[in-house]
Write a new protein. Sequence first.
Lengths: 251, 182
Amino acid sequence: MNNRLINWFKYASPQSFYPLAGKMIPWFVALATVFGAAGLWLGLAVAPTDFQQGEGYRIIFIHVPASWMSMFIYLVMAFWAALGLAYNTRLSGMMAQALAPTGALMAFLSLWTGALWGKPMWGTWWVWDARLTSELILLFLYIGFIALQAAIDDPRRADKAGAVLALVGSVNIPIIYFSVKWWNTLHQGASVSLNKAPAMASIMLWGMLLLALSFWMYSIAVALYRARTIMLERERGTEWVKEVLQREGAK
Amino acid sequence: MKARQKRIALILGGLAVLGIAAALVLNALNSNIAFYVSPTDVAAGKAPQGKAFRIGGMVKEGSLKREADGVTMSFIVTDTEKDLPVSYKGILPDLFQEGKGVVAQGKLADGRFIASEVLAKHDENYMPPEAAKAVGDAHERAAANKAKAEAAQGGAAAASAAPTATQPASQPATQPAAKPAY
């Protein structure tokens, strides 16, 4: 295993991942800021008004990136959960725990901006159609995951219970994504997908994609930041944490 | 190593079983998950009787009218196959337009849908108004060309078929123009 170019397993230990994460965070914050500023400028200042929704459509620049992130973060969380269950690595559980609040935030943003958008366009804040309902279930899954982990004192057991919940809940992700295809919904179909040309003017699309990138970078930065705190808290009895704290305290 | 492989298999197997179970449940609930039924479903008697439900489709072009009482709006919801007349007393959403999507909640009464709530359903296309106009114009030109070509062809066919035709000759001539552009 040692003759590999990079020993990936080295970073599976909190001790060596902690400083790496610390070095990566400023980069992701910077990228999030740059992409976010560019995306907002394109979306709010450059992109034209829409032919049927007027200026109101511009909430798409927050709504769609937040919705994408809410689904993607859940998949990443489920991935870490599966890794933790299979390989019994300490870091996996911490990563899953670190991602959950950001995922919940994204799901909430998606629902909230959706309600604000739905009122003027559809004529209602909320309907119980398949897309909206499954996204609400996603928010509840995130909250359930956070609550379950917080309810169990032993972190290793908390990780295991959370991991099972995260994996079970991952069934919901394809349901959210394909709900507008499989059933009649009030929510419109996907404007952007892999198997067809985007149904958006390209300048609008660019603004949205830049903001989606910005949301990615933000989510990574925040999750790493949270993971570092979790590492220190969970491993507080160990030598490396004492060393880190001494070093940080000396500064 | 053995135990780890077993755990991975267990996770994958569990996910597969869960996926199948979810698929079966959703399949069984299919009609309940649908947010609305189409006018074709209503015509086929699939709509719940005496209970509120939602219908969805397009507002038929030229069908939106204000009734004599001044507050009731009436329009026709169509899925291009079947039509359903709808009455609604209230304010229509901004995006409500002829030729655009609509979802209405209400009850059937003597073949008329009495709506208590009307929602606009917009599509997933976003573009500037100029682009939309260009697309619309091109669409109209294409439709006009097609109608012209069909009329020419239909006329020719009708002319050649006329001597042997046993059915009234007026039928093929009216056909091409009858279907509205969807």
